[in-house]
Design a protein. Sequence first.
Length: 455
Amino acid sequence: MLYLSQMIGEPVVDSSGERLGTISDLAISTGEVFPRITSLAFKGPGNVPFMISWRKYVDTFDDDGIVLGVDAHDIRFSYLQPDEVLLARDLMNRQIVDTQGLKVVRVNDLKLSQSGTQLRLLGAEVGIRGILRGLHPLVETAAVGAAKLFRKKIDEQIIAWNYMDLLDRDLSEVQLSVTHKRLDELHPADVADILEQLDPQQRANVFQHLDDAQATEAISEMEDEFQADFIEDLDEARAAGLLGSMDPDDAADIVRDLSYEKAETLLRLLGAEDASEIRRLLGYKDGTAGGMMTTQFVAVESDATVGETIEVLRDLPDDHPTVHYVYVTDEYEKLIGLLSLRTLVLTDPDRPVAEVMHDDVITVNPDETEEGVAADIFKYDIPAMPVVDEHGALLGIVTVDDAWDAIEDDVSGDKTRASVGKVLGIVLAVVLLLALYTLIVLQLAGAVGGGWAAA
């Protein structure tokens, strides 16, 4: 999580590592629900102010500074646009109207959300933590830790951007209460990033503006640890409706992380077909091909014609996942071949699919590890891997997207373990230093005491 107070004053360097100056401000365009940072303002040598496009030039960023993607001599400077607002100049330490709570508050800090290479404004911190953080992040940490000792909490008090309005409009001739860009115009991944970083109440407020299709996509884009918590917070009827509209494998992943009582309640509220599909997937172990596969695929029997197969594809619902292959089975549902869409388009519609199918099919069993499945998908460069039982019957498919998700989870886990090890190492080092310091103090005290006794 990033805050404006942590970024101001941090260095700006170009792609070669040359220091260009320090961050002085960030600009947003005010037309979105959670607006993107559009421009970077920084001070160069002699405190000369510069402004550049965020999208064109910023490569990476964190609370330690910003790295540009180009050399200094390739930068073209810009100016603040009429619809842009500078966060530090126009919002920090200003009075704003909380249009949800209908009260006037003061902005002590601004909370930012990273979404890929984008940075978005989530809202304003109007509580004591923003003031403490402005003094120094360690001051905030120490205060929160001290409060815990007395069983107290110092919570963040964030007002989301869409509930903010400037009191002094002369500060920026931009009305912040104008109609914001609707949530349904944001990419589901961006909505998911925003929802993950809001507290439950704010999350519920934002979620009310999403219809079921948008909500389903946003939840599917969330990190695993947030999905179950989010479903738990919803009323049972809407939670069941959302699970029913998801891909069965995504729904099963969420249900697997719910409490038993909640999971059973939601499954009973689902339609019989949806509940049965999810229960079948829950029967496979997590972290296996069976646990990660989807049962949404297209299969035809070997006596079907190419024309009939094309009609099957035409009749698929609009929300059906992307079709990479059409799978061919025998009368016992055993997988015997597959067809690419290209083959279907270029072949005479009257020909049986058995005559034009590719019959050398690579498959995995449902007990194969997700790492093994992912490795095979990338090894053979295929968009989907069929999962079959011991008799060769087609159970489902693992897509390349699922394979990437498995790899990302492994990488995230490795990073987490590395971070934990680093923290433990630091803690151990601090403990040893404190022990050494205490020992030295005690020895000095003993020497001084002995000296006084001798005197």
